[in-house]
Design a protein around this ligand. Structure first.
Ligand code: GUN
Length: 298
């Protein structure tokens, strides 16, 4: 049984981060401009705390101005929108990211809509989503951007005409990645929880993107031999070892049954160590892009 090529996020994300850091240094030297990223975390979700810390650390390591606002879970919409509006007009900030999900009672759509679209480094504002859907320049959500870099690294310029199936229709991943695959001239299907015979639809894919948030849902017999599999899922599950599970220990798995699918696919992203690493690197790239656009450079 042949093993799929592993699409390792570590060297790819490190290369992208190094490229961003080099350009940040140049911007500072030539234009006196330091790209600034503000990350907002509301509440104490442990996974979100880890992601937000990583975003802060990596933006600083790239030479950016980085601020993290941590607000309590009982923050009101008024306070949160007030913070977003203050960041919108802060000249030291070029990128604003409000970590999702927000605690119950806070309206995510309304908060995202309050972000200045030019500073929307998550690419979630309807202006950016609309521009993406029309093939216009926009800030593109980081996970889809990172997934496309991994695909191009694997398949080069052979994406045109390939059958791509995206499982999941979220605003954060499924929909924007489908738009990017369409821009790359793939024939794109978006599958979801109401899709009839999902395994058969997945088996049609030369490129299979799993973005459902269901641990190890995509099985080996759902995958066309030789297909390229991009696993966007980050799911925390108990260990299968009963001793570790009893101790409350958990591990991170993707939406793909990695071991079995690796024996069928041509190439596959691991979890952890795959798309997740690219997401943060693309956030840095988006912050750099936003800073240059706002300053009218390049
Ligand atoms: N939560 C999980 N992924 C993301 C992301 O890419 N952006 C934001 N804002 N929240 C997230």
């Amino acid at each position: 049984m042949s093993q799929a090529r592993i699409i390792d996020g570590k060297p790819l994300s490190e290369r992208l981060q190094a490229e961003v850091a080099a350009e940040v240094a140049q911007l500072k030297a030539k234009h006196g401009l330091t790209p600034g990223l503000a990350v907002v975390l509301v509440g104490e979700d442990p996974a979100s705390q880890i992601y937000v810390r990583s975003k802060g650390e990596k933006s600083k390591a790239a030479g950016m101005h980085s601020v993290t606002h941590i607000l309590p879970a009982d923050t009101t919409m008024e306070t949160l929108i007030g913070l977003v509006e203050a960041l919108n007009v802060d000249p030291t900030i070029h990128g604003i990211l409000v970590q999702l999900p927000l605690p119950k009672g806070l309206d995510e759509k309304e908060v995202i809509t309050a972000i200045n679209p030019d500073k929307d480094v998550d690419g979630l504002h309807v202006i950016n989503a609309g521009r993406l859907s029309q093939g216009l320049p926009s800030l593109v959500p980081c996970t889809p951007l990172g997934s496309m870099i991994m695909l191009r690294e694997t398949l080069g310029d052979t994406l045109a005409g390939k059958r791509a199936v995206v499982v999941g229709r979220s605003v954060l991943v499924g929909r924007p990645i489908a738009q990017l695959l369409l821009q790359a001239d793939c024939t794109v299907t978006i599958a979801h929880s109401r899709t009839v015979d999902l395994p058969a639809v997945c088996r049609e894919a030369d490129i299979l993107v799993a973005a459902v948030g269901r641990p190890q849902m995509i099985k080996a017999d759902w995958v066309k031999p030789g297909a390229t599999v991009i696993d966007v899922g980050i799911n925390r599950v108990p260990f299968s070892d009963p001793v570790k599970a009893a101790a409350g220990k958990t591990k991170v798995v993707g939406d793909v049954a990695y071991k079995a699918v690796s024996e069928v696919a041509g190439a596959i992203t691991p979890v952890p160590g795959g798309v997740g690493l690219m997401t943060v690197a693309c956030l840095l790239q988006n912050t750099l892009t936003a800073a240059k656009r706002i300053a009218g450079i390049g």
